[in-house]
Design a protein around this ligand. Sequence first.
Ligand code: SDX
Length: 428
Amino acid sequence: MSDNQASLIAGGKTIDMPVNSGTIGPDVIDIRKLYAQTGMFTYDPGFTSTASCDSAITYIDGDEGVLLHRGYPIGQLAEHSSFMEVSYLLLNSELPSEQELADFSRTITRHTMLHEQLATFYRGFRRDAHPMAIMCGVVGALSAFYHDSTDIADPVHRKISSHRLIAKMPTIAAMAYKYSVGQPFVYPDNKLSYTGNFLKMTFGVPAEEYEVVPAVEKAMDRIFTLHADHEQNASTSTVRLAGSSGANPFACIAAGIACLWGPAHGGANEAALNMLKEIGTPDKIQHYIDRAKDKNDPFRLMGFGHRVYKNYDPRATVMQTTVREVFAALNVQDPLFETALRLEEIALSDPYFAEKKLFPNVDFYSGIILSAIGFPTTMFTVLFALARTVGWVAQWNEMISDPGQKIGRPRQLYTGPTSRDYVPIESR
Ligand code: SDX
């Protein structure tokens, strides 16, 4: 930690606060004693300048477009690793040996089955229920089935519930899809990889043998890796805040899923493809660019812009390459990809987007790939939640394991009425 200080003059007093340094990235001013010393709070709605914790899991340099998981660049992990290996890395800080990876994958595989009673939860939903609504409900209900792993003070319980969540999300997601299309649920197949099993549970049918297409399995697995974790984003912060009260991990992840659903966050992948469909052909692009720039128009380019990245999202770079691989593997084309490429080209040459440093993010191209593989747009954020679960549980474990952890309880700038006496209704 550095020994330098920051001084603040407030209320006629000078307050010295410690400045702490991480291994890389911005230093932080430790303001924890500010209220006691000045009677004032800091004010940072949206947390644009606030570090909520220290963490060793993921580092983002938004200006340089850098994303590291336990120090490994996302581009290298996407090219050389697998979602199971990245999951091990996020949970255990180091890349696994061959044996460690085999043991971890086997453990996850053996937790993929859901309690049979949970299947009845699906029948309570309308067939046209949004799969994210189903996922919020079913994941929250898991704590009603796994009381043997909800003692968060017990590291063994934390490990089991983490493995259960990572393992069961594909099954829950596939069942949400099957329910929406009126097909029977397909049970997990332990002979397949994590991602191959998910594809079979989603697209396989009892009447036929399902063959996993290796190129699709590889692309899907890479998409999971690209979504695995992303520092203290809104849904991860939601999981941490829920976890800080001592809530069980299943409830915390359900809270994260709910937050991810928003179109400003994980819901943007569904919104981005719907936007591309609405734009249709490249000749319509300029009209939508003009709308995105119009202060009086709430329309925004979905899949563009980011709170942290003020450069190209490194995940979007990999995503764009993956589009071409999946098109080639499936021998398909999608004119929306050309529209997306042209939209990116026009936007990035427009001063509005350049000045505001708005670039494509992880959600801009992902929908095109998922659509080519066969997922409906309503499943896109479900797939984001499936992959982000490992990041959420890794961050949750890091927080719960910190002996200095306190319940998260922000304050406010109060702007309401001062104290006043009750007025009887006959006198109002
Ligand atoms: C994810 O945080 C994470 O890490 C999230 C994530 C993860 O992996 O967890 O990376 C996943 O959520 C990616 C982001 C997906 N969302 C979208 O693609 C939705 C569209 N993008 C925006 O709504 C927006 O860019 C946000 C929400 C992503 C970021 O918003 P900020 O940081 O709060 O920025 P802002 O809204 O203050 O915008 C700054 C300026 C504004 O103009 P001014 O008021 O300064 O004049 O840029 C403009 C905005 O109007 N702007 C856009 C824009 N995004 C920002 N203008 C047009 N189109 C856009 N997409």
